[in-house]
Write a protein that binds this ligand. Structure first.
Ligand code: COA
Length: 165
């Protein structure tokens, strides 16, 4: 039986923290769906397809094996339904601090109620526990160097988008 996991998030944009979690999940599951989810409470800098393209480019740039990874987006509907329809047994959630667990725990319980899907929590890599997509955008917006936190592909895309705005 194929073990499939879904790694959901806004990924606006994906950071090296996200990509580390993605890489490690491919060691645990046969197939991992990176799912760019529309979060109505956030105003994204990039469209879903732009975010997916940046993740693809970043996977290639970092030499991560792309063969077990599927790229998809969810504009409406429940994550639990996506998991069920695609035969996924687990959702992957990266956590950076205890605050992330507090935020994620209720969602993991509701997702389990909705479709029985498990949530697998994976600790962020040391050194990336303080990074977030918003911080990356804020630093770039103020002219700072974000190359420690994102791939070259993402750094270029963020700069181009901010320059155009
Ligand atoms: N490295 C760096 N940053 C990380 C990270 C990591 N390993 N893990 C999380 N983050 C950051 C993200 O960059 C993001 O930062 P931002 O707030 O500055 O954008 C923040 O942590 C939150 O990330 P994420 O877990 O992706 O949350 P989200 O709000 O972007 O997405 C969904 C949450 C999409 C998974 C959730 O809303 C969902 O499941 N929606 C689908 C609808 C649904 O089924 N709802 C019912 C849920 S019970």
């Amino acid at each position: 039986m194929k073990h499939i996991a879904v790694y959901p998030g806004s990924f606006d944009p994906a950071t090296l923290g996200h990509l580390g979690i993605l890489k490690r999940s491919t060691k645990l599951f046969d197939e991992v769906h990176v799912l760019v989810v529309h979060n109505p409470s956030k105003t994204p800098l990039f469209s879903s397809s732009e975010r997916l393209n940046m993740i693809k480019q970043s996977v290639r740039e970092l030499g991560i094996d792309i063969s077990p990874i599927r790229f998809a987006s969810l504009e409406t509907g429940l994550l639990a339904d996506y998991a069920e329809v695609h035969g996924a047994c687990a959702l992957i959630k990266g956590f950076r601090t205890v605050a992330d667990i507090e935020y994620e725990l209720p969602m993991s319980q509701v997702n389990s109620d909705l479709s029985g899907v498990e949530t697998v929590f994976m600790a962020s890599e040391p050194g990336l526990g303080y990074v977030s997509s918003s911080l990356v955008k804020e630093v770039a917006n103020l002219g700072g160097d974000i190359s420690k936190y994102v791939t070259q592909a993402v750094a270029t895309a963020v700069k181009e988008r901010l320059d155009a705005n």
